[in-house]
Write a protein that binds this ligand. Structure first.
Ligand SMILES: [Zn+2]
Length: 349
């Protein structure tokens, strides 16, 4: 189905009160909608990558929908526990934010406070101690940011003539820089210097971009402050990776947990919810997570979490800038989660 046809069908479904009927159904009551956000733009990040960023205006509009339509926004831990017990309230939702970049502190946190909504931040901790942008993501952002100001010529770390007018060309150039830094096993300082040089070659003011703290993690003090204000801080690995080696995988969780506990004063028993970096998971990880005392883990696969899901493979609803209000409502009501089941059923039939 094309996007306009899908949107038209959803609008008709909503006008026929189908959204309300599904959201009030017993089927929906047995499910938890875990919403997933990555970044909330400080400046123009949602224009750069609408799949990973929403503007603060969109986030606030989503909160309005949740509150006006009577959704129960629960803390993640309570939601997961009550899902297991079968005691969820109607239309239950949990809010999660991945990574813990400064934009959460600056943009999402004030809105959560304003509407008194509970939320979980899955925090990756390595860059919390380093006040520079996350190198890989920053390379992608710089190529986009400098697409008009770049006067042509060579770019440091790029092994070909860069072509920045297309998304494909920009990605090829940034991946070449990232590969070059990895091949040379560059230190953090060398990566920062390379990013600075790239910004200059692209015709950008590096200090100005860095001063906005785009793609930088929250500092230790900021994490402490949001934790004291009631934001739940949970696990996302220390270095944002899931090595397929048991020892290295467990070390990622242990380092991440230790850093979170130091920053927030939480105990290890309180940091028991995990989110797979980049949504990448493997069944091999499940016993390792259990051994680490993890009680829930979320993926980036679309769906409402139910008791039939493995607690370490809970789906979420990844909200993006490209999602219209009616699509958002179709997800939280349960209509979109039901739709594929109908078509699968038909196929089987
Ligand atoms: Zn992440």
């Amino acid at each position: 189905m094309t996007k306009p046809a899908k949107l038209a069908a959803l609008r008709i479904a909503r006008s026929l009160s189908l959204f309300r009927a599904v959201s009030n159904s017993r089927w929906r009551r047995e499910r938890l909608a875990i919403l997933c956000y990555h970044g909330v733009s400080i400046e123009d990040e949602h224009e750069w990558d609408p799949r990973f960023y929403v503007s603060p205006a969109i986030l606030e509009q989503r909160f309005h929908v949740l509150l006006e339509s009577g959704y129960h926004v629960l803390p993640l831990g309570e939601g997961v526990r009550r899902l297991r017990e079968g005691s969820l309230p109607p239309r239950s939702v949990a809010l999660t934010f991945d990574d813990g970049c400064y934009d959460f502190y600056r943009q999402a946190f004030p809105l959560l406070e304003k509407y008194k909504l509970p939320a979980t931040v899955y925090l990756t901790t390595f860059y919390c101690f380093h006040r520079k942008p996350v190198f890989d993501m920053f390379c992608h952002y710089l190529m986009w940011k400098g697409r008009h100001s770049f006067a042509g010529g060579r770019l440091s770390g790029v092994d070909h003539t860069p072509e920045l007018s297309s998304e494909r060309g920009r990605r090829r150039a940034s991946e070449s820089v990232i590969r070059s830094a990895e091949t040379q096993a560059m230190s953090l300082a060398a990566r920062d210097a390379l990013a600075e040089e790239l910004a200059r070659q692209l015709g950008l003011d590096y200090q100005e971009v860095v001063s906005k703290r785009i793609l930088q993690l929250m500092t230790v003090d900021e994490v402490k402050r949001i934790s004291e204000a009631g934001i739940d801080i949970q696990l996302h690995t220390h270095r944002h990776r899931t090595p397929k080696d048991r020892g290295l995988f467990c070390r990622e969780i242990e380092d991440n947990r230790r850093a979170i506990c130091e920053m927030t004063g939480a105990s290890g028993r309180e940091t028991v919810h995990f989110c797979y970096p980049d949504g990448v998971y493997d069944r091999e990880f499940l016993p390792w997570l259990e051994q680490q005392g993890i009680v829930s883990a979320t993926t980036c696969e679309s769906g409402l979490a139910s008791r039939q899901d493995h607690p370490l493979l809970l789906p979420r609803i990844v909200d993006t800038s490209g999602q219209t209000p009616v699509e958002f409502e179709s997800w939280i009501s349960g209509v979109s989660a039901l739709a594929p089941r109908v078509s699968n059923g038909r196929r089987r039939a």
